[in-house]
Design a protein around this ligand. Structure first.
Ligand code: PMP
Length: 454
């Protein structure tokens, strides 16, 4: 809870903004109320995560702009929670999709295209790992990475950081118990196949002692982690932490899997290249095909060779790794266009500079009002949190959440034409984001804080 916020005033402002949001969006409200044939009234249950009482319905989106069916235009800092980090529907990706789907045809023929090797080589240039395979989501890339890690090490468990998020991966829904000790299922875990402590171990981010204690049990196949946590606010690694993780995993014969799905914002080769990390496996999804579903995992050459030599592993049919549409020609064409022309090295430099400007805008608002809040940045991604200094672990960051305050800020922004990422106070830059977009947020943020101060 933030100390200096008047809660009564906050609740009044929140209900005023909610009423304003309802009044501004009659068509979205009607569409939601009419959606009797959708589970939870939405195409996917997460779409009920929004600050009002119904989601705004999408009309269209290009670059850093979204329009809704009530005719409002938004500066979009959500960018599909990273799926649209390349900007919405970049023209060169649209062309590649059109070419592959309409002109050449064959989105899902279960046959390779020559684009795939181009993408594999480019991912190798960026992330360092030399052997790649594709999926449709980051969740699946993680699932398959986990299976391969268990197969090659002969060990059962995967270690995660508390309050991590890696998709709907059964093994990952684990958090530390009280005082950072022990382990338990993540609250709300839906229909777990078994007690998560049978499949997983957990340590706090930035806690090498806790990690060593868990790895010393000798049953961990892999540590699967984000180089910085990005799904519980941004929790940045302290100096020496990631080097320590690599040293401990090597010492205990444990594979290291970097999930770069969000930390890709750190630069063209994600945090792995930016911080010279040396994972054995790397997973990615979301932004990599410019909004077309695609994911990927990369393996070290040694790991790939060891797996391919194993005659007992069915990598070709129903052994549990792969999917019918994975590596399909359409996704691969979109990945090529995105990496070749949109999320280029120079695009990242510009996105990072904009994000630094965004961070400064938020910081100056926080300072002006003397709020005990912090702001953290990972390249093109910035997030503020209602606690200072910035949290060191996922558990600390989870403890600083303040849903009412978050809802107020989201609604304040949306009612004035700015979208932030639901679940977070997170803002992402894309190649089409401008300084004027960032400054519009800075002005609105200052206005929201002034309202809260009364
Ligand atoms: N890994 C990370 C780090 C993520 O943030 C997410 C989604 N937020 C995923 C994996 C899963 O991505 P998807 O839902 O697209 O499979």
């Amino acid at each position: 809870m933030s100390m200096s916020i008047d809660r009564t005033r906050l609740r009044q402002l929140l209900s005023r903004e909610a009423a304003e949001s309802t009044a501004r969006n009659p068509r979205s409200k009607a569409a939601y109320e009419a959606a009797d044939h959708l589970f939870g009234r939405v195409p996917m249950t997460w779409m009920n995560k929004n600050a009002g009482t119904f989601p705004r319905y999408l009309a269209g989106a290009h670059g850093a702009r979204v329009t809704d069916i009530d005719g409002h235009e938004y500066i979009d800092f959500c960018l599909g929670d990273t799926g649209a980090m390349a900007g919405h529907s970049p023209a060169v990706v649209a062309d590649a999709v059109e070419r592959r789907f309409r002109e050449q045809g064959g989105a899902t023929a279960m046959l390779p295209t020559e684009d795939a090797e181009w993408v594999g080589a480019e991912l190798t240039r960026r992330f360092g790992l030399p052997r790649w395979s594709f999926s449709l989501t980051a969740t699946d890339a993680n699932r398959w990475a986990i299976r391969l890690a268990r197969a090659v090490t002969g060990r059962q468990k995967i270690l995660f950081n508390s309050y991590c998020y890696h998709g709907s991966v059964d093994e990952s829904l684990i958090v530390t118990g009280p005082e950072g000790r022990g382990a338990t299922s993540r609250p709300g875990n839906v229909g777990a196949p078994c007690d998560v402590t049978l499949t997983s171990r957990v340590a706090e981010f930035n806690d090498l002692e806790g990690l060593e204690r868990e790895l010393a049990q000798g049953d961990v196949a892999a540590v699967l982690m984000e180089p910085a946590l990005t799904n519980i606010g941004i929790v940045l690694p302290e100096p020496g932490y990631l080097e320590g993780v690599r040293e401990l995993t090597r010492r205990h014969g444990v594979l290291l899997v970097n999930d770069e799905t969000h930390t890709f914002s750190a630069g063209p080769g994600g945090a792995t290249a930016a911080w010279a990390l040396e994972p054995d496996i790397l997973t990615i999804g979301k932004a990599v095909a410019g909004g077309v579903p695609a994911g990927a995992y990369g393996l070290s050459a040694d790991l790939a060779d060891r797996l391919l030599r194993r005659g007992d592993l069915d990598l070709v049919d129903m052994g549990g790794v792969g999917g019918t549409l994975a590596g399909n020609a359409l996704s691969v064409a979109a990945m090529r266009a995105t990496l070749e022309h949109v999320l280029t090295d120079s695009a990242f430099a510009a996105m990072s500079a904009l994000s630094a400007r965004f961070e400064q805008g938020v910081q100056s608002g926080i300072e002006k009002h003397g709020l005990p809040w912090s702001v953290s940045r990972l390249g093109a991604r910035t997030e503020y949190r209602f606690t200072a200094p910035a949290p060191r672990t996922g558990t600390e960051s989870a403890a600083a959440s303040d849903p009412e305050l978050e809802d107020f800020l989201h609604l304040w922004m949306a009612n004035r034409g700015v979208l932030m990422t639901p679940f977070h106070n997170m803002a992402l830059m894309c190649p089409a984001t401008t300084e004027a977009d960032v400054d519009a947020h800075t002005t609105l943020f200052a206005g929201a804080l002034a309202e809260l101060a009364g």
